[in-house]
Design a protein around this ligand. Sequence first.
Ligand SMILES: Nc1nc2c(ncn2[C@@H]2O[C@H](COP(=O)(O)OP(=O)(O)OP(=O)(O)O)[C@@H](O)[C@H]2O)c(=O)[nH]1
Ligand code: SF4
Ligand SMILES: [Mg+2]
Length: 401
Amino acid sequence: MNETPRANRLHIAIVGKRNAGKSSIINALTHQEVSIVSSCPGTTTDPVYKAMELHDLGPVVFIDTAGIDDAGDLGVERVKRTERVLDAADMALIVFTPGDKDITLEKEWIKRFQQKKVSVIGVVNKIDLKESIGEIEKPFKGIDIPFIYVSAKTGEGIDRLRDMIKKHSPSSWEEPRIVSDLIRPGSLVILVVPIDIEAPKGRLILPQVQTLRDILDHNSTGIITKENTLRDTLKSLAVKPTLVITDSQVFAEVDRLVPHDIPLTSFSILMARYKGDLKELIRGIEAVKQLKEGGRVLIAEACTHHPVEDDIGREKIPRWLQEYVGAPLDFTWLSGKDFPNNLGEYDLVIHCGGCMINRREMLSRIGKCREAGVPIINYGIIIATMKGIIERAMQVFGIQV
Ligand SMILES: Nc1nc2c(ncn2[C@@H]2O[C@H](COP(=O)(O)OP(=O)(O)OP(=O)(O)O)[C@@H](O)[C@H]2O)c(=O)[nH]1
Ligand code: SF4
Ligand SMILES: [Mg+2]
């Protein structure tokens, strides 16, 4: 629990042909044997996510990938998995081997990353094997990305590569705030956190902790209370709170208790804004209102976890949604890293909060829905809609629904 969550770290993909030294570069950058290195091409198969502290740059995730030249049925499958990395990477290192005559594939990948607005650095590795740097540089002269020449084996150039990663790390990497842009320093914010059977034993969940941290970083005060102690908490205050943030599941109760001149919203709506595109997700509200009998709904969760009794994605949302629409609907569930290509077949996509994926990947999923013309909403917003509380929960963002 002392670590920065993986989803909040800068994601750096390492891409290149088999045996180019991708895994060796990660090991050299981090001074650790985090990735398996071998002279046998095709050592790394599935993308491997490694969370690291990189000196000067802070917490990052390196994504080690299989070679982009991998062949055969299995190889093609591996390249497809590498392609999914395009959605999560904030930055990419393309690794070359000096003297490689055909760099068409690498150029294609550079283009693909650039189309996704991902900053790319060309890393020419194994320079210890060649004598003249002038000769090595020639094939890369016309390519419009910064290049660096290194040897993962001797360590030459690795410090400079670290500096370069820092220099070229995207400025968009500055993550949006969770809540602190909505309050002034010195504010008082109340957080309502039910401790029920779904609450993890002995701790608070990540969105609650992250929200509280953001409040503290903004020199404000956060008071945490449960829904059954909220009334007394409010009574005990000498000043009016600036904002109340509640778990969505007790929103209706909290809505009754909190006077209407105090703004109220939910953790999941704050996280929807922090992780995704709030405006796009709000557009999904209209689609929910228009759902009809037999409507096709995809429920997408970004990680695989064992469904619990009365699971939110498997049971509660489908039940509430069918009650809301007043008719049976046709649900499909999907969990994990895959996001389907047949999105156009659905009338609505309902996505989980996405706490295990980074903002870029969430935005990429929202973008895919937009391209397929299918509306997307997330758990927090659909619950607020079905419970009739979305209007109040949105007021604090100045959004009318
Ligand atoms: N001489 C030399 N050999 C290197 C260098 N970097 C890596 N190697 C060697 O190249 C081989 C492949 O290295 P890996 O790091 O496994 O390469 P990879 O790109 O991860 O390979 P795959 O996972 O198979 O795609 C190993 O035998 C490494 O020891 C280098 O800078 N110089
Ligand atoms: S919100 Fe999504 S990513 Fe986070 S634990 Fe739930 S299913 Fe997994
Ligand atoms: Mg490897």
